[in-house]
Write a protein that binds this ligand. Structure first.
Ligand code: ADP
Ligand code: MG
Length: 347
């Protein structure tokens, strides 16, 4: 027979587990904004608080979508018209912060991340809610824009004004605004006391805290097949951003033209098919994923270093996987026949 104390202990344990609250459920919501489906996951014992958190995220993302939309009429399209006329534009403190961060990231990336090439992106047909159709633009039209060499270095920013000495500058923050918006949303969530959440915009995300003491687990899409190519667990507060040639593209005459434009050639960047970056700041991760995609196999380690990024996975057109050592230490590949090259030692 079991000793009586063991019996009592079992009852005590049962009672304890019955009294303690169950771990909070993940409260999930789907929003459509920033040109993509956004999944928000929030953990909070109070459903109402969790729902309020989702509303905060929705409001924050909507503000940035409206402000910086590159083709629907927006404050940004007004700015672009004024830049083309050589005017000086009055800006508020929030816009200043946004533009300054983008300009700094562009400089750090050697202008591979170049949000001043809006005219090129439009010429390729990507300023539309729909997939572009028909032939790619002519070489003459591309060269005409290239010769004017618009870049963020042409822009002069003060606390209250924006101007460009190059009238070919047309701003397009498609490679940055999503990250910036996610940063803002997460900051607002933290301010309102949320400690565990993910804001995931079509696979680009920032995750804070954990899921009932288990790290959030993130799948990274295979760039050339169905399913995931790798997964990673996030800790504390991290952003995971991927730029891929499969996100937006059109096919013409058997060739694929995607939406990440190499500012040197004016054509979609070649050689890379996807880049994943992990960094604490989502806006930086967003800009860096785009810049490293264009920098390609030869130049990405240098540009990553300049941008302060030490966790990178780049997949080239032959499906060779390049990684920093730091990324290799934490990422789990979900395929087993890949050629893997680890670049650098202590990065
Ligand atoms: P996604 O938004 O699909 O995650 P990216 O972050 O790489 O992909 O952003 C691609 C978008 O960025 C394009 O649709 C275009 O609006 C813009 N863009 C294209 N080429 C560049 C570039 N070289 N620098 C900055 N922005 C770019
Ligand atoms: Mg990007």
């Amino acid at each position: 027979m079991k000793p009586r104390w063991l019996h009592l202990l079992a009852i005590a344990a049962l009672t304890l587990s019955a009294c303690s609250d169950p771990p909070p459920q993940v409260h999930k919501a789907k929003l459509f904004t920033l040109g993509t489906l956004v999944d928000v996951s929030v953990l909070h014992p109070d459903e109402a608080v969790a729902q309020q958190a989702v509303d905060i995220v929705e409001a924050e993302l909507a503000v940035i979508n409206t402000q910086w939309h590159a083709w629907r009429e927006s404050p940004l399209t007004n700015i672009n018209q004024q830049l083309a006329r050589g005017e000086t534009i009055t800006i508020d403190a929030t816009s200043h912060r946004f533009l300054q961060q983008a300009q700094q990231l562009a400089a750090n990336s050697d202008q591979f991340f170049n949000p001043a090439i809006g005219s090129l992106v439009a010429l390729w047909g990507f300023h539309s809610d729909d997939r572009p159709e028909g032939a790619p633009p002519t070489i003459a039209d591309i060269n005409h824009l290239l010769q004017q060499a618009p870049s963020m270095a042409d822009i002069t920013l003060t606390e209250t004004t924006l101007s460009s000495h190059n009238p070919a500058v047309q701003l397009d923050f498609g490679a940055f605004a999503k990250g910036y918006a996610i940063d803002r949303a997460i900051e607002r969530l933290k301010q309102s006391g949320i400690e565990n959440a993910i804001v995931n915009a079509g696979g680009d995300l920032r995750a804070i805290g954990s899921k009932n003491k288990q790290p959030w687990r993130i799948g990274i899409r295979h760039p050339a097949a169905a399913g995931v190519i790798a997964s990673v667990e996030t800790h504390d507060d991290e952003s995971v951003f991927t730029s891929g040639n499969y996100e937006r593209f059109f096919d013409f005459d058997g060739k694929r033209y995607h939406h990440i434009i190499d500012p040197r050639s004016g054509y979609p960047a070649t050689g890379t098919i996807s880049v994943t970056v992990i960094h604490n700041n989502a806006a930086t991760a967003d800009a860096a994923a785009t810049a490293l995609f264009i920098a390609g196999v030869k130049q990405w380690p240098q540009i990553a270093q300049q941008m302060g990024i030490d966790e990178v996975m780049l997949i080239d057109e032959h499906l060779t996987i390049y990684m920093t050592a730091k990324m290799a230490r934490r990422i789990q590949l979900e395929i087993d026949d890949a050629e893997i090259k680890i670049i650098g030692d202590n990065r």
